[in-house]
Design a protein around this ligand. Structure first.
Ligand code: 1BO
Length: 276
């Protein structure tokens, strides 16, 4: 699997997103994805599936050191003692002695960021994670987190698809050596995949619309994607994107969809996002 280098981390450019996957279906998908060639699995304390993800990793038989495992600390657990407890519990549920990347899942303005970043670094120093990073951080907070962290941050995981302009966040990630890891890269599927710019490229390349959209992501510098699916047949489809390339006209036509300005994950606790 192709990897991306980000401040010392080697991140496989496609991972399996597991948000909303639960129970034995989650275990089966994780194991099957790894058997197919995935080497990057993304979970979070808040997804309530870390036990199943860990079980899927073991069931696959793929050596642990070959798999890049990410988990995250929920935004209410960012005070130092809570963050350390959350990380320890994630390892216990996953059945691992370390993860590859531990992220702050969402910023929390009620908890001082210097305290959170110090705690995240302590967890790294203990060897519980090889790399650290953030998620759902706009540019102002990326710069602050980078300044506060003695260890380099490897990634900012954010919602990103052709309907959402994330140019500013991507530029801030690139300037600081972080990977931008795109969650919900296929938006909600249907509506995006039927767009003429996507459908025409799919027709031209003999690929599915989903493959076109994932390829569009990976032709941008510093990006990794973690499409989630509950369908086994989609797993192979989502990694079958390394045998063709979109040309600049196709890239631009798909990028123009961003004028829609659609964001799926926006909550009462979201930070103030960057203006497009
Ligand atoms: C609320 C969870 C968003 C993706 O991790």
């Amino acid at each position: 699997m192709k990897t991306l280098t980000a401040n010392g981390a080697q991140i496989p450019v496609i991972g399996l997103g597991t948000w909303t996957l639960r129970g034995s279906a989650c275990t089966d998908l994780v194991a099957h994805a790894l058997e197919l060639g995935y080497r990057h699995v993304d979970t979070a304390a808040a997804y309530d599936n870390e036990r199943e993800v860990g079980e899927g990793i073991r069931r696959s038989g793929i050596p642990r050191e070959d798999i890049f495992v990410t988990t995250k600390v929920w935004w209410t657990d960012l005070a130092p003692a809570d963050l350390e407890r959350s990380a320890a519990q994630s390892l216990e549920r996953l059945g691992l002695d370390h993860v590859d990347l531990l992220l702050v899942h969402w910023p929390n303005p009620a908890i001082p960021l210097p305290d959170t970043m110090a705690a995240l670094n302590r967890v790294r120093d203990k060897g519980w994670t090889r790399h650290i990073g953030v998620s759902n951080f706009p540019t102002r907070l990326i710069e602050e987190a980078v300044r506060l962290s003695p260890a380099p941050l490897a990634a900012n995981q954010v919602e990103y698809h052709p309907y959402l302009n994330q140019d500013k966040v991507l530029a801030a990630c690139q300037a600081n050596g972080l990977a931008m890891v795109a969650y919900s890269p296929l938006y909600r599927g249907g509506i995006l995949l039927q767009q003429p710019a996507v459908a025409a490229a799919a027709e031209r390349h003999g690929k599915t619309p989903g493959q076109i959209v994932l390829r569009w992501h990976l032709q941008q510098e510093g990006l990794a994607v973690i499409p989630r699916t509950s369908r086994r047949e989609r797993l192979a489809e989502n990694i079958g994107i390394f045998d063709f390339a979109l040309d600049s006209a196709e890239m631009e036509a798909i990028s123009r969809l961003r004028s829609a300005g659609r964001r799926l994950c926006d909550y009462g606790f979201s930070p103030e996002w960057d203006a497009p």
